[in-house]
Write a protein that binds this ligand. Structure first.
Ligand SMILES: *Cc1c(COP(=O)(O)O)cnc(C)c1O
Length: 392
C-alpha cells in the first residue's frame, strides 16, 4: 500500500522566484511604493488581466480585502451585511471590523447558500458577502438576480475559488468586487497576502487610498486618477499594503495556476468517485454551471450517530489521515456557534446539521493519483469498520 502523503506540506516556490527574491534582498526594496515597477504593481496588472477585470489592489490578506471592500462601498455604521453561516471566522470578523453587522444565512448539506433563507434575509441588508466556502460555488445566477433587484452590492469572498468558473466566468468577477487570499493553504502561496479585483473605478479608488496609498502614492496605480484624487485626504488610511517580497513569491506561481487547478480537480473527482461507493459517505456534486478548482475534499457522513462520526475520525486518524468534522472538532473556526464575538445570534439548524456531519480533508494539487487512492481507501475502511463495530 502507498504510504499516505503529508497533506500539510506545501509545494516548493518556483525556482524562477529566486532571482527576484535575491534582487529584493540585495536592494532591501521591500516597500511597494519605493519604485514605479514594484513587483506588487506588476502582480496587480497580471492578476487583473488573468481574471479579466479592470482593476486589482493587492493587500495584506483576503480579510483586509473584504474589510476594504465594505469600507469602499461607503456603508453607514451598523449596516447589515448578509453572509453564509458556513464560512471562516475571519469573514464575519471583517464585517465587524468595518463597523457593520453580520447577518448569517443558512447553508444546505451541499455546503452552498440556502436560497430561500437568503431571499428571506436580504431585505434590510445593505451588502452581501458570498463566501464560496472551500471553493463551493452557490447559485450565482439566482443570487445576482435577487441582489440586482434589491440594488444590493455583492462582494465575492473567492479566497478558496481561484480558478473556479461559473458558466464560463471567473469566480470573483461576477459580483461588484472579488477578494482572494495568498495565505499558505490557498492555490497561490505567499504565506500571507490578498488581492481584490473590480471593474468599479470609484470603489477601487477608495480602496487604494484606504489600503495606505498615502500622499500621492496613488499615482503609481494605473487607475483613473480623477477618481482617486477626489478621495485624497478624505478617507482614513488603514495601511493594509502588500510587501514586494510577497508579490515576488506569487508572480511565478501564476504560471502554475492552470496546472494546479487541473490537478486539484482531477484529484478531487477521483477521490469523490471512490467515496461515493460507500453507503455511509456522500460527496455532493458541483452545480451544473460550476467548474471547480478544489484543493481539499468535503463529504458528509450519512446514517451515522454522533459517536460513529467521532469513531470514524479516530479510525482515519489511527491510519495517519487527519479528518476534521467542522461541527465536532473543538473550537473549529468554521462552526458559527464558536463566533462568540458576534454576541447572541439565532440558531441555524440546517447549517448546524450539515456541520455536524461534514468532513474536511486536504487534497493538495501536488498529490499523485496513487496517493489519492491511498487516502480514499483509508476513508472507505474507516467508514466500514465504524459502522460494523456498532452493528456487531
Ligand atoms: C482563507 C479564507 C479567508 C481568509 O483569508 P486570509 O487571507 O487568511 O485573510 C476568507 N474566506 C475564505 C473562504 C477562506 O478560505
Amino acid at each position: 500500500m502507498v504510504k499516505l502523503p503529508n497533506l500539510n506540506a506545501a509545494e516548493p516556490i518556483p525556482d524562477s522566484a529566486m532571482a527576484e527574491v535575491d534582487r529584493i534582498l540585495r536592494t532591501g526594496d521591500l516597500f511597494r511604493y519605493s519604485s514605479d515597477q514594484s513587483p506588487v504593481s506588476l502582480l496587480e496588472a497580471e492578476f487583473s488581466s488573468a481574471l479579466g477585470s479592470k482593476y486589482a489592489l493587492a493587500v495584506s490578506s483576503c480579510s483586509a480585502a473584504l474589510f476594504l471592500s465594505l469600507k469602499a462601498l461607503d456603508l453607514p455604521r451598523d449596516a447589515k451585511v448578509l453572509l453564509p453561516a458556513f464560512t471562516f471566522a475571519a469573514v464575519p470578523s471583517a464585517v465587524v471590523h468595518a463597523d457593520c453587522i453580520p447577518v448569517l444565512c443558512e447553508c444546505g448539506d451541499d455546503y452552498r447558500i440556502d436560497l430561500v433563507d437568503f431571499e428571506n434575509k436580504l431585505p434590510g441588508c445593505s451588502a452581501v458577502i458570498i463566501s464560496h466556502m472551500r471553493g463551493h460555488t452557490s447559485d450565482m445566477d439566482a443570487i445576482m438576480a435577487m441582489c440586482d433587484a434589491a440594488d444590493v452590492a455583492v462582494i465575492e469572498d473567492a479566497a478558496h475559488s481561484l480558478g473556479t468558473t461559473w458558466a464560463g466566468r471567473n469566480i470573483g468577477t461576477i459580483g461588484k468586487v472579488g477578494c482572494f487570499s495568498f495565505q499558505s493553504y490557498k492555490m497561490l502561496n505567499a504565506g500571507e497576502g490578498g488581492i481584490m479585483i473590480t471593474d468599479d473605478e470609484n470603489l477601487i479608488a477608495r480602496a487604494v487610498i484606504m489600503s495606505g496609498a498615502y500622499e500621492h502614492n496613488w499615482q503609481r496605480h494605473p487607475v483613473l486618477h480623477e477618481a482617486v484624487a477626489k478621495w485624497q485626504n478624505q478617507l482614513p488610511l488603514y495601511n493594509q499594503r502588500l510587501n514586494t517580497m510577497s508579490a515576488a513569491l506569487i508572480r511565478p506561481q501564476l504560471d502554475a495556476l492552470a496546472r494546479r487547478v487541473e490537478a486539484g480537480r482531477r484529484n478531487h473527482d477521483h477521490v469523490a468517485d471512490i467515496l461515493n461507493n460507500s453507503p455511509n459517505i456522500f460527496v455532493p456534486q458541483p452545480l451544473p454551471k460550476e467548474r471547480r478548482a478544489p484543493d481539499s475534499i468535503q463529504f458528509n457522513l450519512v446514517n451515522m450517530s454522533d459517536e460513529q462520526v467521532d469513531g470514524f475520525v479516530k479510525e482515519a486518524g489511527a491510519h495517519g489521515l487527519k479528518v476534521q468534522v467542522f461541527g465536532r472538532s473543538q473550537d473549529n473556526a468554521r462552526a458559527f456557534w464558536n463566533w462568540q464575538f458576534l454576541g447572541d445570534n439565532p440558531d441555524l439548524p440546517k447549517t448546524r446539521a450539515m456541520l455536524d456531519r461534514a468532513c474536511d480533508v486536504r487534497l493538495p494539487a501536488r498529490l499523485e493519483l496513487q496517493e489519492c487512492n491511498a487516502i480514499a481507501q483509508v476513508l472507505l475502511k474507516a467508514a466500514e469498520s465504524t459502522v460494523c463495530v456498532e452493528a456487531g
